[in-house]
Design a protein around this ligand. Structure first.
Ligand SMILES: Cc1cc2nc3c(=O)[nH]c(=O)nc-3n(C[C@H](O)[C@H](O)[C@H](O)COP(=O)(O)O)c2cc1C
Length: 417
């Protein structure tokens, strides 16, 4: 074989130097192609206690694991030779369009994960045209979140998540504030008569705000930027709480009311004139019972595996719940969360009967990996995955998705009858 030196004009077309991205955070975000990539970056950038607070689940984390496995079990059934050159990812939810079929789930203590917190979350959601839900345990005020949404994109949709707590007057007061701030819908979370046992938090001695124990000081060494941010920005404020110190367990116990029943939904209706969504439904029976009260939507959710361990996996329940409500001609929308880590997970949930989905950790990993830009990257990753999945499935509009487009591996086993 005769060798020769390449000539410069031959090499030029082969060279594709990327424009250098100078800051390492920006480079990490640009290199993150999946939510799992963002999760790895988040873990590197965040001290153990806050990372595990977000990443972990209850007890043996079986619910958490099963939620992921359920999505892995999905089999897509594409239709080929369809025109998918133009796509619509718009989904009507609670009577108005969302640009994408997911919203940001309510998250307590977001600023503990990254100081950019809820205000970053609501502004990237507003930019993307999707709704943002603020938790009762959120670390920004109802008013600031609503204002940031409108400043970012007039008409942006914000929802308020309520824990009905023991002191009904305080619940009523926070509902009034959410209405006055212009929040659109109230999400009532009903899977928390008591807090789940999050063993990682217990083992890490998690407190709010984080305390500088000798172990936390040691943790500073690999995460100086996180602590610098945390110590030099506004202290944590709470959407609806006065008490801001003590262990999470103490906080939960002082707040959750284990005596709440379905009759309390009637009380909520009297306080709130807008749409009501009930989050944390985990059986067909409860789905029917709660839908019969006339709520606007139910969320099949096991709280991302953070409450009852070994609770049913929402994706497993979805087809039966959707069918049961359809059979009764119910107008209550069925939403789903828990375990969503990709756009194709969202497309699968929609095909199996969900009107809408919520993402918790998929957004938090981006936020922890890179603040506002990281949260925006999460949404962008999910958007491109939704679009590509739709095209490969032969679906140009989300409303074309049907149960025939996705099944579960287990459904296809010969012995599954
Ligand atoms: C760190 C963290 C905090 C949460 N805080 C709340 C909360 O305050 N209120 C609530 O209704 N759900 C809360 N959730 C549950 C989410 O709203 C959502 O149901 C769950 O995250 C969905 O699962 P995923 O994280 O796998 O997407 C929290 C979840 C996480 C991960």
């Amino acid at each position: 074989m005769r060798r020769r030196l390449p000539r410069p004009h031959e090499l030029a077309p082969l060279i594709r130097f990327k424009q250098p991205v100078l800051r390492s955070r920006d480079r990490t975000l640009a290199d993150s192609l999946t939510i799992e990539d963002l999760a790895r970056a988040a873990k590197r950038r965040t001290p153990r206690m806050p990372f595990e607070y977000a990443d972990g689940g209850a007890d043996d984390e079986i619910s958490l694991l099963r939620a992921r496995l359920a999505f892995r079990d999905v089999v897509f059934h594409p239709s080929v030779l369809r025109d998918v050159s133009k796509l619509s990812t718009v989904r009507n939810v609670l009577g108005s369009p969302a640009a994408l079929p997911f919203g940001i789930a309510p998250i307590g203590f977001t600023r503990l994960l990254h100081t950019a917190g809820e205000l970053a979350g609501v502004s990237v959601a507003a930019e993307a045209g999707i709704p943002f839900a603020l938790s009762t345990m959120g670390t920004a005020s109802v008013e600031d979140v609503a204002r940031t949404a409108q400043q970012t994109a007039p008409g942006a949709r914000t929802w308020f998540q309520l824990y009905i707590w023991k002191d009904r007057d305080r619940s009523a007061e926070v509902i009034r504030r959410a209405a006055a701030a212009g929040m659109e819908a109230l999400i009532v979370t009903v899977d928390v008569p008591v807090g789940g046992r999050r063993l990682r938090d217990v083992r890490n001695g998690m407190t709010v705000p984080p305390t500088l124990t000798p172990r936390a000081v040691l943790e500073t060494i690999p995460h100086p930027a996180w602590w610098f941010d945390f110590l030099t920005t506004e202290p944590l404020a709470f959407a609806a709480l006065d008490r801001s110190s003590g262990s999470i367990r103490e906080l939960f116990e002082s707040m959750f009311d284990a005596s709440v029943t379905i009759d309390d939904l009637g009380w909520i209706r009297q306080q709130w004139s807008g749409p009501v969504v009930v989050k944390g439904i985990q059986s067909v029976e409860d789905a029917l019972r709660v839908a019969a009260t006339g709520v606007d939507a139910i969320v099949l959710s096991n709280h991302g595996g953070r409450q009852l361990d070994r609770a049913p996996t929402p994706l497993d329940l979805l087809p039966d719940v959707a069918e049961a409500l359809r059979a009764r001609q119910s107008t209550t929308e069925v939403w789903l969360d828990s375990g969503i880590r990709s756009g194709s997970d969202i497309v699968a949930a929609l095909a199996m009967g969900a009107r809408f989905t919520l993402i918790g950790r998929a957004y938090l990993y981006g936020l922890m990996a890179g603040g506002r830009l990281g949260a925006a990257r999460s949404i962008e990753i999910l958007r491109t995955e939704i679009e590509r999945t739709m095209q490969l499935l032969g679906v140009a509009d989300l409303d074309e998705l049907e149960p025939k487009h996705a099944s579960r591996l287990a459904d296809r086993r010969p012995d599954s009858s």
